[in-house]
Design a protein around this ligand. Structure first.
Ligand code: GLN
Length: 245
């Protein structure tokens, strides 16, 4: 008797914790991003404290179509999948490349953007013309990114940072030879750093997807429906024009 009562109380406590623990409600779509990946997600706006970007506009439409209010959580890139699988967030919108390794842990939407890795170096560096030239170079990357994985296959001198910003800073200070990063954010960093240049090498294309917890088909179907509609009605192209100038 005592035993079953204890079990009942625990269940009750667990239910209350689940409902109140992470402050999530059915009316809110909690989206996790790492807002250091312009133009997909970055901190900006009039007061410099808003999270904006291509992925955020996509998430806004997804939430609207699902009849929910959007809430953005700015999380370290490397922690996004853990946050999703612990129920802290409902969806990842963070320029995340669809990879077989990640597909083992999350479900991805249809691809919404094609990208590739590129190299950033200081203007005076003419030593890189092919992927082979990256061997033995000191490479800075963003922790947990596809660039990080790729760099580690190419060189044993790889330093990983929490954001691409920090990797670029290290390059500007000539502490590393190059940064390996996704094409669009690299182009965005380049605009603000004329002392750097971009080198496009023969890297395979990558495709970004939005991610949900494994088995969350209701949300996944709704996301895919929104993406399809946005591609058909011109809203997707308008977003590309708005963010990828
Ligand atoms: N596309 C890369 C990846 O998925 C980098 C994404 C990012 O840094 N936000 O690993």
């Amino acid at each position: 008797m005592k035993k079953s009562l204890t079990g009942f109380v625990c269940l009750g406590v667990a239910a209350v914790l689940t409902m109140s623990g992470c402050g999530k409600s059915d009316d809110v779509l909690v989206v996790g991003t790492n807002a250091a990946f312009p133009p997909f997600e970055y901190v900006g706006g009039v007061n410099g404290d808003e999270i904006k970007g291509f992925d955020i506009d996509l998430a806004e439409q997804i939430a609207k179509d699902a009849g929910k209010t959007l809430k953005i959580e700015n999380i370290k890139f490397d922690s996004l999948i853990v946050a999703l699988n612990s129920g802290k967030i409902d969806m990842i919108a963070s320029g995340m490349t669809i990879t077989p390794e990640r597909q083992a842990n999350v479900d991805f939407s249809t691809a919404y953007y094609e990208a590739t890795q590129v190299v950033l170096v200081n203007q005076d560096n003419d030593s890189i013309t092919s992927v082979d030239d990256l061997k033995d170079k000191h490479i800075a990357v963003q922790l947990g990114s596809t660039g990080d994985l790729m760099a580690k296959k190419l060189s044993n001198k790889v330093t990983a940072f929490n954001t691409g910003f920090e990797a670029v800073m290290e390059l500007k200070n000539s502490k590393v030879d190059l940064v390996l990063f996704d094409s669009e954010p690299a182009a965005s960093f380049l605009k603000k750093n004329p002392q750097l240049k971009m080198i496009e090498l023969d890297f395979t294309p990558e495709f970004y997807g939005l991610a949900v917890a494994k088995g969350n088909t209701e949300l996944l179907n709704s996301i895919n429906q929104t993406l399809q509609t946005m591609k058909q009605n011109g809203q997707y192209d308008a977003l590309v024009a708005k963010h990828m100038k």
